[in-house]
Design a protein around this ligand. Structure first.
Ligand code: ME8
Length: 513
């Protein structure tokens, strides 16, 4: 039986259209999910939308639509983006789904049973945009006289209401112990230190229900309250694994192996979420990984600057796979990154058209020309041949090691440095000259090139599923020979190949702008 692997993305607020930051998160999580599947795991990949809360209700009111309708309309757009990106999610959860209400009420009941929920009154500042309570110490006043959060300048709302509280303060020591004893719980490493010092600074109990609006999951036994949106939002990860209705699936996939999130929501995932789970007596996720933020040409994306890029427009312009590759190769995963049309063009041409596509195309067309389009039969391997084949043979281990710590960019760097070595090899071996004098040696050189292209292509599948599929078709690699277990099998001499066609065309900036 294949080992289970459960991976999730954050669930986005569908109060507007998805932007490139969302696309980035989906691309990276999908790549990690695909990698695990090809590496022999039974993967469950969950994504979706976070539909409750004050922000959704306010947006709907200002647009004059029912909140449920706003949620559905925009949630569909998030799902459409996932489809367009080629995302291989197993479920697209909407927090308005019935089973999710059951899951949220069940975790609530368990926190009550553990004595961690009590009724009191809350008064303080609330950041509707981030759906978070803000301490008075962390606020200031802007030039309009509005009270704002110092951290991000969001305008705050004063709230005073009777709410339920979660005894977060009781979990301070347990959380600190978690960060100490399970250092892999949060990555990248620098984030763990930030969270640990935040927790060490002291935790106040958390208000976990609202009474001033009703767009949320009702609190069990008290219909005047809906749950604070982050309580139900975080619980989506349990719902998506079958909690509480399907204990068999839940037993198989929980605890989650990896929650992929952005750096702005670390506190919710690494302080509140483990505390809720400890209280409810549910195992903690094994790892939370926070990716960085994307900036447009170095500038923060904002509606007022007018530089919010629609991911669909980017895909129309460059294609899905170049966009997927660009973000994963260009940005060190875990750090912030920037993108611009010239940067996408430069990477696509250098890495995809030249280094990869051209190598595949040259190799395949020489096989077509000199060997009737069938995989050539190699002679004895020289030291140079073996060196390259051995390097390709170690790639799975290298890429796996990087992907297991979410260093996606380093995995890709290893693949592309092998492609570069292969291009140097083909230039020095000059098979187009050899073909005139020594066909046997030509066969060996082209066989080695085709083998390396096959191995790199198998390993690049998680990043560029469609294009790599076409290259594997051109190499006549069958469907059963496309997982990572197939890497150690070799191309079979004599196998007829289809007529080669270029897979990665060069793009011109003029065209792109
Ligand atoms: O935070 N670059 O939803 P959301 C990279 N509903 N990533 C970005 C980004 C950017 N410019 N902007 C946002 C929420 N993100 C909650 C999550 S999970 C139980 C609830 C990332 O729509 C962000 O960090 O504001 C988050 O991981 C995801 O997009 C959804 O953000």
């Amino acid at each position: 039986m294949r080992p289970a692997f459960y991976i999730t993305t954050a669930i986005a607020y569908p109060n507007g259209a998805p932007h490139i930051g969302h696309a980035y998160e989906y691309i990276s999580a999908d790549t990690l999910a695909r990698f695990k599947r090809l590496d022999g795991y039974d993967v469950r990949f969950l994504t979706g939308t976070d539909e409750h809360g004050q922000k959704m209700q306010q947006t709907a009111e200002s647009e004059g639509v029912a909140t449920g309708e706003l949620a559905r309309r925009n949630s569909d757009r998030f799902q459409a983006l996932q489809d367009r990106l080629g995302s291989s999610f197993d479920r697209f959860i909407r927090t308005t789904d019935d089973d999710h209400h059951r899951a949220s009420q069940e975790i609530w009941r368990r926190m009550v049973a553990n004595g961690d929920i009590y009724l009191d009154s809350y008064s303080g500042w609330y950041d509707v945009r981030d759906e978070t309570f803000v301490n008075a110490d962390d606020t200031g006043v802007d030039e309009n006289g509005d009270r704002i959060a110092t951290e991000n300048g969001h305008v705050l709302t004063w709230t005073e209401e009777q709410t339920y509280f979660f005894r977060l303060s009781a979990y301070q020591d347990k959380l600190l112990e978690l960060y100490r004893t399970e250092p892999d719980f949060l990555g990248p490493d620098v984030r763990r230190n930030e969270v640990a010092s935040f927790v060490a600074g002291g935790l106040k109990d958390l208000s976990v229900s609202r009474t001033t609006f009703d767009w949320g999951v009702p609190v069990p036994g008290d219909d005047d309250h809906v749950m604070y949106v982050w309580v139900d939002a975080l619980t989506n990860y349990l719902t998506g694994a079958g909690f509480p209705d399907d204990p068999e699936t839940f037993g198989r996939f929980w605890p989650a192996d990896l929650h992929v999130i952005g750096k702005d929501i670390i506190r919710f995932h690494c302080v509140y979420w483990p505390a809720f789970l400890m209280s409810a007596g549910i195992e903690l996720p094994k790892r939370v990984f926070a990716h960085g933020f994307l900036f447009n040409d170095g500038q923060k994306m904002s509606k007022s600057i007018g530089n919010v890029i629609d991911p669909d427009a980017l895909i129309d312009e460059f294609g899905v796979d170049p966009v997927r590759y660009f973000f994963l190769r260009e940005v060190s995963y875990g750090q912030d990154g920037s993108y611009s049309a010239p940067a996408i063009v430069a990477r696509t041409n250098a890495d995809l058209a030249n280094e990869y596509g051209n190598l595949a195309q040259r190799t395949l067309s020489m096989i077509g020309k000199y060997f009737d389009g069938a995989i050539p039969d190699p002679g004895e391997f020289t030291a140079a041949d073996r060196e390259l084949l051995d390097a390709a043979g170690t790639l799975l281990g290298t890429v796996r090691r990087h992907f297991d710590t979410q260093a996606i960019h380093l995995g890709l760097e290893a693949l592309w440095s092998t492609l570069a070595a292969t291009n140097r090899y083909i230039s020095s071996q000059e098979p187009w000259k050899l073909a005139k004098t020594d066909l046997e040696r030509t066969a060996t050189v082209l066989y080695v090139c085709a083998e390396v292209v096959r191995i790199v292509t198998l390993l690049a599948q998680p990043v560029m599923p469609a294009s790599t599929g076409r290259i594997l078709d051109l190499l006549a690699v069958g469907d059963d020979d496309r997982d990572f277990a197939a890497i150690e099998r070799r191309l079979l001499p004599g196998t007829p190949l289809p007529k080669p066609v270029p897979v990665f065309p060069r793009i011109e900036l003029a065209e792109a702008e």
